[in-house]
Design a protein around this ligand. Structure first.
Ligand SMILES: [Zn+2]
Length: 163
């Protein structure tokens, strides 16, 4: 597979074309650079993506031009399953401004994604009054100020894959 040098070495062929001007217009309020724009670009299609290193077969986040494990630039953006479990959670006594624009959240949390131990993503937990470490969760897309955002909600533990 040919690496797109124009995109800093990131293979972004999994994402449809969109000009930088259009991305900036559609991703208002998000600070973008030429690496992170691909991560947020995927949100517009309600896709959670990460970097997959073709050299050492390791996932990484945030999106960057090289693999933090082996420093290879053979990095491809791929879809993540959106499945994982709560790694840490913080119940906020004072509403977080971001949450005030969207649904009522029960906790800010770090989600360990199912693809790989240590692959984590910070988000919000919704649709529950109880959040605990280790709880299986799945991504759910919520529009906040016109932008689809990846929040997480509990899944029925009887149907969840083993962690
Ligand atoms: Zn690597």
């Amino acid at each position: 597979m040919e690496v797109d040098v124009e995109n800093g070495g990131l293979d972004v062929t999994a994402l449809p074309d969109m000009s930088d001007d259009e991305m900036v217009a559609r991703l208002k309020g998000i600070v973008l650079d030429h690496e992170t724009k691909w991560f947020y670009r995927a949100w517009l299609e309600r896709r959670l993506v990460g970097c997959w290193c073709r050299a050492c077969e390791t996932w990484s986040l945030p999106v960057r031009r090289f693999c933090p494990n082996c420093w290879s630039t053979l990095v491809t953006i791929r879809d993540l399953s959106g499945q994982g479990h709560v790694f840490t959670a913080t119940h906020l006594l004072q509403p977080y401004p971001f949450a005030a624009m969207g649904p009522k959240t029960s906790a800010s949390a770090t989600i360990e994604l199912a693809e790989q131990p240590g692959l984590r993503f910070a988000s919000e937990i919704i649709d529950t009054d109880t959040v605990r470490v280790g709880m299986p969760v799945t991504v759910t897309w919520v529009e906040v100020d016109g932008l689809p955002c990846p929040f997480f909600r509990p899944v029925d533990e009887r149907n969840a894959a083993p962690q």
